[in-house]
Design a protein around this ligand. Structure first.
Ligand code: MF3
Ligand code: CO
Length: 236
């Protein structure tokens, strides 16, 4: 899982630089797909539940599962890229929201709060804690700063499958759910909206947007629970 997660991190770092005004999200998809193969791995998403792409590219009010297309990025966009690979039987999965060109102050604030909510929550991925301590940490961090937590999609365990139990909501009271143990690996992934938490899935069956049209951001890491604390396997 360290190996697959490292590949994901490397490719996301390259995408972070490539996501400039004028580039299409299909260009980014094809790049990520080829880079995964070049590293002896393959996309975790292509073929998953009928998904046809290696990458999810969600722009502005798109929350998750945006489909790569010929749409060109423009300065001011925020682009959430979500990527996973399978290497030697194990999965890695991560996401980040990239500012394209120059973005507004309000967009910048959303990105920084979403990223910091993930960093804060990861600190709770320690033996002896309960699963929902992670969930609660995201919710408290985000809501105290005036944003809202998407309810309809959650993080997940990860390993020999992309999605394993437990589900990891980004909201809820602390002290509930399974007790965390060294050796567990979790994909923690806050999806945070500027305004209301409601989301709508478009007719393509995938693209998930904010119902009110506000911006949304998404950061995700694959994190191992160890005796020494959280180990971020997809750290960039
Ligand atoms: N990346 C998503 C996750 O973080 C899963 C993508 S769904 C897929 O769990 F169909 F695109 F694979
Ligand atoms: Co995930």
């Amino acid at each position: 899982m360290r190996v697959s997660s490292r590949i994901v991190a490397e490719i996301l770092l390259l995408l972070n630089d490539l996501a400039q005004p004028g580039v299409t999200t299909l260009d980014l998809n094809d790049f990520a797909d080829a880079e995964a193969v070049r590293r002896g791995s393959k996309s975790a998403f292509k073929g998953y539940s009928g998904y046809k792409y290696a990458l999810c590219c969600s722009i502005n009010d798109q929350v998750i599962h945006g489909l790569p297309s010929k749409r060109r990025l423009v300065s001011g966009d925020i682009l959430s890229v979500d990527f996973g690979v399978l290497k030697d039987g194990y999965y890695g999965d991560a996401a980040l929201t990239i500012p394209v060109g120059t973005i507004s102050d309000s967009a910048r604030r959303l990105l920084s709060v979403t990223k910091d909510s993930l960093v804060t929550a990861i600190e709770y991925a320690r033996p002896g804690n309960r699963l929902s301590d992670i969930s609660n940490a995201v919710q408290v961090y985000v809501e105290s700063r005036g944003y809202s937590v998407v309810r309809d999609f959650v993080g997940h365990g990860i390993g020999r499958n992309l999605h394993e139990s437990p589900q990891i909501p980004n909201y809820g009271p602390p002290g509930k759910g399974v007790r965390l143990k060294a050796g567990m690996v979790l994909a923690i992934e806050p999806m945070i909206n500027q305004h209301g938490h409601a989301v709508t899935v478009l007719d393509d069956g995938w693209t998930t947007v904010t119902t009110d049209g506000g911006l949304s951001a998404h950061f995700e890491h694959t994190v191992a629970v160890t005796e020494h604390g959280p180990d971020i396997l997809t750290k960039l």
